[in-house]
Design a protein around this ligand. Structure first.
Ligand code: CO
Length: 134
């Protein structure tokens, strides 16, 4: 059911320093910072040949990644995103299998303008999983 790895999201405290690390030390192609107030993050996209890394810095008072950074002072992998062909069919299949879909269970428009859902980390090997409509 799941397809390509769309991205790995890494929560960071200092977006400028993390961007410089990926650009200068790792030699990757990086985007300009993109504030996404509706998601409570500022994002830098790191473009790799086969997938993307998203560096997420908290934006605003109740950013969903602020608590994560309280627990992980150096930052860390926040979630991974798999593409699915049909997000509603994927959701229904997962719910039937007992997996917990976060929020209302209805897809929201994610960072790339496509419908996304998040799955409870306790149901997926301790990893927050995002599904994105391919
Ligand atoms: Co994501």
């Amino acid at each position: 059911m799941i397809g390509r790895l769309n991205h790995v999201a890494i929560a960071v405290k200092d977006l400028a320093a993390s961007t410089a690390l990926y650009r200068d030390t790792l030699g990757a192609r990086v985007s300009q910072p993109l504030p996404q107030p509706e998601h409570g993050v500022t994002v830098v996209f790191v473009e790799l040949p086969n997938t993307k890394i998203e560096l997420l810095e908290p934006l605003g008072a109740d950013s969903p990644i602020a608590k994560f950074l309280e627990r992980n002072a150096d930052g860390g992998i926040h979630h991974i995103c798999y593409e699915v062909d049909d997000i509603l069919a994927a959701r229904d299949r997962l719910k039937e299998a007992g997996a917990r879909v976060l929020g209302t269970g209805e897809p929201r428009i994610g960072a790339h303008g496509k419908p996304v859902l998040f799955l409870h980390p306790k149901d997926f090997c301790g990893t927050l999983v995002e599904l994105e409509q391919a």
